[in-house]
Each structure stands twice: as C-alpha cells, then as structure tokens.
Write a protein that binds this ligand. Structure first.
Ligand SMILES: [Zn+2]
Length: 293
C-alpha cells in the first residue's frame, strides 16, 4: 500500500517533535537495513527521551538496592534475609520489586548460588556459606518503568577457580558492551560475549538469555549470547535491553527444577556465574548508556 507520511505531523515516538525533525532519518536507515535483510525492531521498542529518563530513574534505584545488599552480604546470611533487604530498600526508595508475584514468582529477588544458573528462590533454609559464589538479580519498577541488573558476590574466601569464573563472567559482559553500537546487530554483541567466554575456557548458556526491558519487565527481543556476528536484530538508537550472559565452568547445558518451576541448574553440576546490565543504544560515539548495573 502506498501512503504518505506527513513530515510536519508529530513523530510516532511521542517526543512531541515533528516527524521530520525527529525519527524521519531513523526510519530511512531502518528501512535501508531491512532491505539488506536485517531483522529490524518495531517502533514500540524504541524509547523516547522521556521514557529513557524514566528507565534511568528506575535504574538508579536498582543500582542503589544492589549497593545496599553488597554491604550486607557475608557468610551466614540467609537468602531470605537478602530478599527482605531488597524488598525494604526498594520500597524505601519509592520502587516496587519487579520479580515479586511476576508470573507467580514468590520473592523480590533471585539469588542463585554455585551450580544454580539463575532464578534461585530465596528461603529461610538457604544460607550463604564461606566459599560460595552467588548471583543476586534485582529488578525494579518505578513510576511504570523497569530496570534489571545483577552482580556476583564471592562469599568470604573462595577458590581461585570460582574467582576466575566470576571475573570472566564480568569481562564477558564488557566484551559484549564493546560491540553495542547504533546499527550494529545483537548478533555482534552476543558473538563477542561467546568468543570471550570460550577463549577463557568456559561455555555460555544458550537455553536462557536476556531481553528487552523498560516499559515492561520482559520485552522483545530475546537476547542470545551464543550468536554469529551480523545476525539477530539491529541495535537501533532508543532500544533498551539486558546483557546478562550465564557463563558455566563446564558444559552449557542446563535443567529446570520441576518442584519450584523456576530455578535453573547446570546439567553437569559445574559452577555458573552471571553479571547483568541494562543498556540503552545511543546515537553518539560511545554507542550505549548503562542504565543499571
Ligand atoms: Zn521521534
């Protein structure tokens, strides 16, 4: 169907600017990439300045909550106590923990220890012990905007092997970030993550990945970290998504706990580590802004 866009009319992004001044050039570039065969994002995945500001504020709470938790994590703390710390700090800062009651998830945070890959559910009985490595994954809703990030914690003295895995998982995120540039692809980012992890002697979980985030907890696209360069969705300015590769010391295969329906473990019982950032694609030279870490 032929149609004409009124270039003086308001832009679809909701900025209030005219289409001509706002996303006309963006759409031209997007269509150009589509013609070349690239998968392009729908307009609804492109955040305007106001929405980015909202996600940024949400991210500030997420960062503050993780900072707060890091002051309290020590050998002997139960995951239930961590859950309470996250809930109370998030509320105090005006936010809502996004995981709480999300598709039936019973707690405010995920705490995943050693061979747990992700979605560990806090409880009274689980205690962080000297030598453990734990991922604490926090997500916040603030004024309707969502942010999501996680960090690894070494509990007391941990083995060199575990410390190296934790470091490599962080570096894998950095490797991915170095490939976040406007009009590059998510495949470029994922390939960098995978290459880093493999070179370090680890494997990247392929069964679970990251996601778009911002106006909802989980948005399109699905973000894999086991990809080929120049594949997957184009990273257009205004997209917001997570980089959160799960790095296994052993094989990349995982299984899900049927009893609770959430917790994912490594198939071979090896250790797993994960760091997560929420990132926005920008049209400046750096190419991205970290909104939560
Ligand atoms: Zn616009």
């Amino acid at each position: 169907m032929l149609y004409r866009i009124n270039r003086k009319a308001a832009c679809w992004c909701g900025s209030g600017k005219s289409y001509q001044e706002c996303h006309a050039g963006f759409d031209k570039k997007l269509q150009e990439m589509k013609r070349k065969g690239y998968l392009i994002p729908k307009h609804k995945l492109i955040k305007n300045e106001k929405q980015l500001a909202g996600i940024r504020e949400s991210g500030k709470i997420n960062i503050a909550v993780l900072d707060y938790v890091s002051e309290h994590v020590r050998p002997g703390i139960t995951t239930e106590e961590i859950d309470r710390l996250v809930y109370e700090k998030t509320k105090q800062l005006g936010g809502i923990p996004a995981p709480l009651n999300y598709e039936g998830f019973p707690k405010s945070v995920c705490v995943s220890i050693n061979n747990e890959v992700c979605h560990g559910i806090p409880c009274q009985e689980r205690v962080l012990e000297e030598g453990d490595i734990a991922n604490i994954d926090v997500s916040t809703i603030y004024k309707g905007y969502f942010s999501d990030s996680s960090r690894m914690f070494c509990i007391g003295q941990v083995s060199d092997e575990r410390r190296a895995l934790v470091e490599a998982a962080k570096n894998a995120v950095m490797a991915g970030l170095s490939q976040v540039k406007p009009w590059w692809t998510l495949g470029d980012m994922g390939a960098a993550v995978n290459a880093y992890a493999q070179a370090a002697g680890y494997s990247v979980v392929y069964a679970v990945g990251g996601h778009g985030v911002g106006l909802q907890f989980h948005e399109e696209p699905y973000v894999s970290y086991v990809t080929d360069p120049d594949t997957e969705m184009v990273m257009a300015p205004g997209m917001v998504f997570t980089i959160e590769p799960m790095i296994n010391a052993g094989a990349p295969d995982v299984w899900i706990d049927d009893d609770n329906g959430w917790t994912i473990y490594t198939e071979d019982d090896s250790d797993s580590a994960q760091w997560e950032v929420t990132v926005a694609v920008t049209d400046n030279e750096k190419g991205y802004e970290i909104l939560a870490y």
